[in-house]
Design a protein around this ligand. Structure first.
Ligand code: HEM
Length: 462
């Protein structure tokens, strides 16, 4: 078949496009959308394959509803990374992807997920109890600590101890590279991944990964030998799960899936939480309204009641609309020719649902750069207009879990602490590998002791 004409896009050299995409993704995308509309083609590394960025709701709806046999993500589309491995949900496609999603869905939803409510609130209380009153600290680090502990305890089922500490130390080193741009470059250009010894960037990364794998396999081995059926963490549920042929997951599959949940769920939730705290304290009336809503629950702060609070939900939604931590959905690879929004695409074309641009369409979100949670109370958006968790067969499997965690952590912090932003400078988004993080990590100051303690203190003084 002769090559079909792709939607218009910048004609600058692909190296220039790659540079702009790596260093200034939001401005670059906005600039392209202004010039070429809501479907355009860019060419970025590693082989400068054209990628069609889409923020047209009808086209996105088509992407989310097309049969995965025709259009799917997975390793062939460039998803999955060397850290996650070939058995990761992100690397798989077709039947194996479907099978793995079936195994992973129950532990992250419904009653099983709700069972982690108390654990999440406890972790939030414990981490925030170490906040220094009156001193500036970065909220993002605390949110990373919380989401990390939630994953290690709820997903891995680890108890604090030597293995927990060691694993945490290695994961932090792997997930928070000192030079995130360099990591993004390695991920984009596989040829650069050369082991030039323990001091070279890729060499040291490989050694860390090996240490981490040893710890994970040791945990799996120990779990197998103890065979404790009362455990309810996600690793135990995955180990107990059987597919249609009655087969359990192999150690390799368990390792890859654990890493996937950790990598996909840790930084995304932490950054979203840090953004939420920024906006809530940037606009005091938002905080006031949230406190009133939380007060309306009385003393019974049941996790499910918190989860259902409408204004808290609107604040979380607006946080993830304005700066969605995942700027883009996963790449979708066209597997057999198809037509979307009047364009005919050949097999091999990469389509990318563009979350950031969709969330800044002025026709859907007037004054899109302003934080206005009420827009989510005034109207409902369709899954192709509002998509912080992507959609279709690839929609984030941790969506319910992440929202549950975000709401419980925010409710705990707002109920316990009085804080303010450390300065009046606006916090701007920065690229962190594939994600969008709040630049500077949101510096804040705790201005009051936990309100509850204060009340106890006052009673004692009387
Ligand atoms: C605020 C937090 C989070 C955000 C914004 C987020 C966002 C996303 C997005 C945009 C995708 C791609 C969907 C698509 O292209 O259609 C995705 C996929 C995924 N997410 Fe999340 N995520 C979050 C938290 C989590 C958590 C907590 C977990 C697990 C515990 C998780 C696990 C995954 C997995 C495994 C996939 C791949 C799904 C597949 O390929 O079938 N995410 N997420």
């Amino acid at each position: 078949m002769s090559a079909l004409k792709l939607p218009n896009g910048p004609q600058t050299h692909p190296w220039v496009q790659t540079y702009q995409w790596l260093t200034n993704p939001l401005e670059y995308m906005e600039d392209c959308a202004k010039r070429y509309g809501d479907i355009f083609t860019i060419r970025i590394g590693p082989v400068f394959t054209p990628q069609v960025f889409i923020s047209n709701p009808q086209a996105i709806q088509q992407i989310f509803t097309t049969d995965p046999k025709q259009l799917d993500s997975g390793a062939a589309a460039g998803s999955g990374t060397p850290l996650l491995g070939p058995n990761s949900l992100l690397s798989l496609e077709g039947k194996p992807h479907q099978r793995q999603r079936k195994l992973l869905t129950p532990p992250l939803h419904g009653e099983r997920m709700q069972a982690y409510g108390d654990l999440i609130s406890e972790i939030a209380k414990q981490v925030t109890s170490e906040w220094p009153v009156g001193e500036t600290f970065t909220v993002l680090s605390s949110m990373q600590e919380i989401s990390f502990q939630v994953i290690l305890k709820a997903v891995f089922g680890l108890k604090e101890g030597l293995r927990y500490e060691k694993l945490k130390e290695i994961l932090i080193a792997i997930l928070n590279p000192k030079r995130p741009i360099l990591r993004a470059i390695f991920l984009l250009f596989p040829l650069l991944r050369q082991d030039l010894g323990p001091r070279s960037p890729w060499g040291s990364y490989l050694r860390l990964r090996q240490e981490m794998d040893d710890l994970i396999y040791a945990e799996i081995q120990e779990r197998r030998s103890l065979a404790d059926e009362s455990r309810s963490d996600i690793l135990s549920l995955m180990m107990a799960a059987r597919d249609e042929a009655g087969e359990p997951m192999t150690d390799l599959e368990l390792r890859d899936e654990l890493m996937t949940l950790l990598v996909a769920g840790h930084e995304t939730t932490a950054s979203s939480l840090a953004w939420a705290l920024y906006w809530i304290h940037h606009q005091p009336e938002v905080r006031e309204k949230l406190l009133q809503e939380l007060d309306s629950l009385g003393d019974n702060k049941d996790p499910n009641a918190i989860f259902r609070l409408p204004y808290l939900n609107a604040v979380c939604s607006e946080t993830m609309r304005l700066y969605p931590v995942a700027m883009l959905g996963l790449n979708r690879l066209v597997k057999s020719p198809l037509e979307i929004a009047g364009y005919k695409f050949d097999s091999g074309t990469i389509l990318v649902p563009c979350i950031y641009l969709s969330h800044h369409r002025e026709d859907l979100y007037p004054n899109s750069k302003q934080f206005q949670p009420d827009r989510f109370l005034e109207r409902q958006f369709t899954p192709s207009e509002y998509l912080p968790f992507g959609g279709g067969n690839r929609r984030c499997i941790g969506m319910a879990f992440a929202l549950f965690e975000m709401k419980l952590v925010l409710a705990t912090i707002l109920s316990d602490w009085q804080m303010k932003l450390a300065d009046t400078q606006p916090v701007l988004p920065v690229r962190k590998s594939f994600l969008l993080a709040p630049g500077g990590g949101v510096p804040m100051v705790v201005t009051g002791k936990p309100q509850q303690n204060q009340r106890v203190l006052e009673t004692n003084l009387v």
